[in-house]
Design a protein around this ligand. Structure first.
Ligand SMILES: NC(=O)c1ccc[n+]([C@@H]2O[C@H](COP(=O)([O-])OP(=O)(O)OC[C@H]3O[C@@H](n4cnc5c(N)ncnc54)[C@H](O)[C@@H]3O)[C@@H](O)[C@H]2O)c1
Length: 421
């Protein structure tokens, strides 16, 4: 497509923002050793040439760089955001300037977001890199005929995998899907460390308040919640955890946090952070339990983890008292909600650190390549463990580290079942 055709076949807010977005993408390119070495080398074999690939992940600079690498490998790429609250219009403009079609505008209504995702669906992608199964679930529901040419989907996050499992249980997953989120080089680092760092940064940056000496309530002690709790503690905070899973509750306790009943954990929290992967982790009845001045932030996939709709019904529409900080007054208590409940680290800041997303998107790039190179059976698939190891090895090599290997005698010891003499 010519530049004019790409622009005419895109829907973005403002093409003149491209130079700002381009700077951000170039910064990512400079700090992505794994994508630059392993992924670029692997993608160069031509497997993706001519393949229609949709990238529907939070549309900021790291995602744009992934889309660019796929396009460089010869794929016909179209991009959209997985949440209008996290789309960066400058990055969308830069991608169009780089020759990639984009359907994404920050802050649009649910209807316009749907329209953008269906526009991506209507390009009939063969491979989808999805986040939250946002475009996959819409294809299955609204464009079922397009499932025919889908070679496969590769899913970025925990919530999306939940949706794909539900789809499989309902007999609707009639194409292959790779659980990219469950790759070690994704969830061990992105969910835990990347999201924790970026969430804390976003909370402190948006509020300009101190992190030390504060009480944090973390709702959900999975991969994301564990990272949040440990970073909050690192900032000098005191952490309470709310869980529904008894094992995760004991883990929080053994990690040195206060595992508490909802009433107790919410009552004294300065910051309440949700990371459950579901909806209404903070629900209608919870707001009355909170203290004056509590700050609420969401790190989970869906904007509905904090039931902002219910809060609006109870306390009116709220007032933006700082950029990204909405104040609601309920029974004379002030409750502050960050970026109206969207993912605070992405909608409120630039998302997870570049070096962390370098690992996550290396998983996604190799996953897309795997789908292009193999005929997989319909259903959910594991990300190949060998590729996980190669990503980790490439990361270590970029740090100048080469790990030891087992000596033959050590390997022999591990492989025998009789007593060692
Ligand atoms: N913000 C980001 O950049 C980012 C990055 C990675 C993942 N995510 C999202 O974060 C969410 C959590 O991901 P994860 O990998 O930690 O998931 P996980 O499944 O490892 O952990 C979720 C935890 O929440 C608990 N939980 C569920 N419902 C609850 C409730 N109502 N109250 C209390 N606890 C509850 C579960 O028992 C579980 O321990 C998902 O939506 C995921 O998609 C966001």
């Amino acid at each position: 497509m010519t530049a004019a055709e790409v622009a005419a076949n895109s829907r973005i807010a403002d093409p003149s923002l491209a130079p700002e977005g381009e700077q951000k993408i170039q910064w990512v390119a400079r700090h992505s050793p794994v994508l630059n070495r392993l992924a670029r080398e692997r993608l160069a074999d031509g497997a993706l040439r001519g393949r229609r690939v949709a990238v529907v992940v939070h549309l900021e600079a790291k995602t744009a760089y992934l889309a660019t690498l796929l396009a460089e490998a010869g794929a016909d790429v179209v991009a959209a955001g997985s949440n209008p609250g996290s789309t960066q219009d400058s990055v969308a403009a830069a991608l169009v300037a780089r020759g990639i079609r984009v359907f994404a505008r920050r802050g649009v209504s649910r209807e316009d977001f749907m329209e953008d995702l269906l526009a991506v669906a209507d390009t009939a992608p063969e491979i989808i890199i999805d986040d939250g199964a946002e475009v996959t679930s819409r294809i299955v529901e609204h464009r079922p005929e397009l499932r025919e040419q889908l070679r496969g989907v590769t899913e970025e996050t925990t919530t999306g995998l939940g949706r794909l499992r539900a789809m499989e249980a309902a007999g609707r997953l009639t194409f292959p899907a790779i659980a990219a989120n469950d790759a070690a080089c994704k969830h061990l680092f992105d969910n835990r460390y990347g999201t924790a760092q970026a969430t804390m940064q976003a909370i402190l940056r948006l509020t300009n308040l101190s992190g030390a000496g504060k009480r944090y309530c973390v709702v959900g002690y999975g991969h994301v919640g564990k990272g949040l709790a440990s970073y909050a503690e690192g900032l000098g905070g005191i952490v309470s955890v709310i869980e529904i899973d008894p094992v995760a509750g004991v883990e929080a306790f053994m990690d040195g946090h206060r595992i508490a009943n909802r009433e107790d954990a919410l009552a004294d929290a300065d910051y309440v952070i949700t990371a459950t992967g579901g909806i209404e982790a903070v629900s209608r009845d919870d707001f009355a339990l909170m203290k004056d001045g509590a700050v609420l932030a969401n790190a989970g996939h869906h904007d509905r983890e904090i039931d902002v709709g219910a809060l609006e019904e109870l306390a009116g529409p709220g007032e933006e008292v700082r950029p990204g900080v909405s104040r609601f007054v309920l029974d004379e208590k002030r409750i502050y909600v960050l970026v109206r409940g969207a993912l605070v680290n992405i909608a409120g800041l630039d998302g997870n650190p570049v070096e962390i997303m370098d690992l996550s998107f290396a998983v996604q790039a190799l996953s897309a390549h795997h789908l292009a190179s193999n005929e997989l059976e319909p259903g959910l698939h594991r990300f190949p463990p060998q590729l996980d190891r190669e990503i980790a090895q490439t990361k270590l090599a970029s740090l100048g580290v080469e790990l030891d290997e087992l000596r033959p005698s050590q390997r022999a010891f591990l492989e025998q079942w009789t007593m060692w003499e």
